[in-house]
Design a protein around this ligand. Structure first.
Ligand code: ACO
Length: 325
């Protein structure tokens, strides 16, 4: 009897267009918006991000990430019996990006749905997939974070448009007799919805409100550092572990100062922190599986290592997953 789920392969994909801070500063200057590489690096740790071409959607990025993850797991798409995509920038209002992805993978029949928890989306999706595997509903899941955040950025707002990028990351999560996922912890508090949102909706064929990202950066910063520490501690406690048991911390890649602040509070050394925000920017739901895959492919993270994945984002939502790879 299988009672656990375990990651058996990771994959990721970045669209080819890499935009450095200097490139972005030049593009923004043409609109009369002033920023600089120095400001962005000092405040966020971001040096570059990738932007998808206009005709490329989240499911296109997800497809490439899934191909790499399936290859790493030694699985074919037709062996997958569950697809969950975490995204806040889906291809359409409906159907889900997961259903579109399923078709692009050339398979049919298995359940496929999106999870909307903004930058916490991947830890939410992983927790749902783990639960479905533990109950025997699924045996081989694709869990994906995929975003084209460039579509919802206001390039006249320098306080937000320099922070985000596009990309996708995926894992294959399979039923296992030995524990992979050890514990998880999910939360939301909707009273903070206004500090990070895209306050627009489709109605009667028109867009009501503003379909561009709005953020109160300082409010987000304070909340993020607090809840990331609390969630990491709660997850460790559920698994009967301590910070000393962790080999790697993979927080949502939003801002190096938030990430280093969390590591400091958990008394983890900087060497144990996986950082890709410098090259990817904030890719929302994609950031954690992207960082995981990069660290695995660099040979930093090894099979058997104990990892803490942590997300925080709009909603407000937050959570963590503790796992053995
Ligand atoms: N380039 C140059 N100057 C800028 C820029 C920019 N891109 N953006 C803002 N400034 C200016 C401001 O106008 C302000 O100027 P002023 O003093 O003349 O008014 C000055 O820089 C300081 O602005 P603050 O907003 O106070 O800067 P702060 O130190 O708070 O840094 C930041 C802003 C980086 C957004 C910070 O608040 C932060 O990191 N917040 C966390 C938000 C985050 O990471 N969000 C990601 C999404 S949420 C998530 O994923 C969890």
């Amino acid at each position: 009897m299988t009672s656990f789920s375990r990651i058996t392969g990771t994959g990721s994909y970045l669209p080819p267009r890499r935009v450095t801070n200097d490139d972005l500063a030049r593009e923004l200057a043409a609109r009369g918006v002033e920023t600089s590489d120095q400001w962005i690096v000092e405040r966020t740790g971001i040096r570059a991000r990738h932007f998808a071409a206009p005709d490329v959607t989240s499911s296109d990025l997800a497809l490439e990430a899934c191909r790499h993850a399936l290859e790493a797991a030694g699985r074919r798409a037709d062996e997958v019996d569950l697809i969950i995509v975490a995204t806040s920038t889906p291809d359409m209002v409906f159907p889900s990006s997961a259903a579109i992805l399923q078709r692009k993978l050339g398979v049919a029949g298995c359940p496929a749905f999106d999870v909307q928890a903004v930058c916490s989306g991947f830890v939410y999706a992983l927790t749902v997939a783990d639960a479905l595997i533990r109950t025997g509903t699924a045996r081989c899941a694709l869990v994906v974070g995929a975003e084209v955040f460039s579509r919802i950025l206001d390039f006249n707002d320098r306080t937000t448009c320099v922070l985000f990028g596009d990309g996708a990351g995926a894992v294959v999560l399979e039923a296992s007799e030995t524990p992979g996922i050890l514990a998880s912890d999910l939360h939301a508090d909707g009273k903070h919805a206004g500090i990070l949102c895209v306050p627009g909706q489709v109605s009667g064929g028109a867009i009501l409100g503003t379909p561009l990202l709005h953020m109160d950066g300082q409010a987000v910063f304070k909340l993020a550092v607090r809840v990331l520490e609390e969630s990491a501690r709660a997850t460790l406690a559920k698994a009967g572990k301590t910070e000393a048991d962790l080999d790697w911390l993979i927080p949502h890649q939003a801002n190096i100062r938030i990430m280093e602040g969390t590591a400091r509070k958990l008394k983890m050394s900087r060497e144990k922190l996986i950082v890709t925000v410098d090259e990817h920017g904030n890719t929302s739901a994609a950031s954690i599986p992207l960082a995981l895959d990069f660290a695995v492919r660099q040979g930093k993270i090894q099979k058997g290592d104990t990892l803490m994945l942590e997300g925080v984002g709009g909603g407000f939502t937050w959570g963590a997953v503790l796992l053995n790879l």
